[in-house]
Ligand binder design. Sequence first.
Ligand SMILES: CC(C)(COP(=O)(O)OP(=O)(O)OC[C@H]1O[C@@H](n2cnc3c(N)ncnc32)[C@H](O)[C@@H]1OP(=O)(O)O)[C@@H](O)C(=O)NCCC(=O)NCCS
Length: 166
Amino acid sequence: MAPDLVVRRARPGDAPAISRLNNTFANEGQMLVRSPEVIALAIDDYVVVQVARGELLACGALKEYSPSVAEVAAIAVSRDAHGQGLGRTIVGAVEALARKRGIFDVFALTLQPEFFAAVGYQRVDRARYPEKIRRDCLGCARRFACNEICFAKNLLADQTAVPLAA
Ligand SMILES: CC(C)(COP(=O)(O)OP(=O)(O)OC[C@H]1O[C@@H](n2cnc3c(N)ncnc32)[C@H](O)[C@@H]1OP(=O)(O)O)[C@@H](O)C(=O)NCCC(=O)NCCS
């Protein structure tokens, strides 16, 4: 990663920039729309990659479903910065947050299966995560036409931890 980039927990003031980054791709149907207000309410669950004292280039969140299971969610990298390893870095930062909270079973529901496979996730049946299905999928308008694929990683078996600044 470039030396002028910082990987850190998100702060309340980041919510508008995270929302803009997220919604660039949400408007193309690649992820869910998230307002600054909704993000601010969950800001402790977000991590970011920022150019030192500059713009946010990547964001992601850990969405907890139980004391031991969480989703790696809302992963987005600024289009200009694609292909430079920031997607891998931000997923690693979300995983670092999971480890910090004692969560080692993480999953993602994604339209980018090759990306998650490249960063060490295994394809699994989403039925493995009934908490996700109960909380989000059953009420979703696309539940009968969902094309998201479930990927999971066991962090106890993974040695690629990323350090995460406050
Ligand atoms: C998916 C996304 C996060 C990838 O970010 P990125 O910074 O370009 O990814 P990286 O450079 O860290 O790539 C990591 C690995 O994934 C692979 N990869 C990344 N995007 C890929 C894609 N669309 N198809 C296939 N492989 C991909 C890379 O080749 C790389 O593999 P390698 O390390 O074996 O060479 C980015 O394209 C994005 O923000 N997309 C829009 C939002 C989105 O779809 N988010 C996912 C929602 S769950």
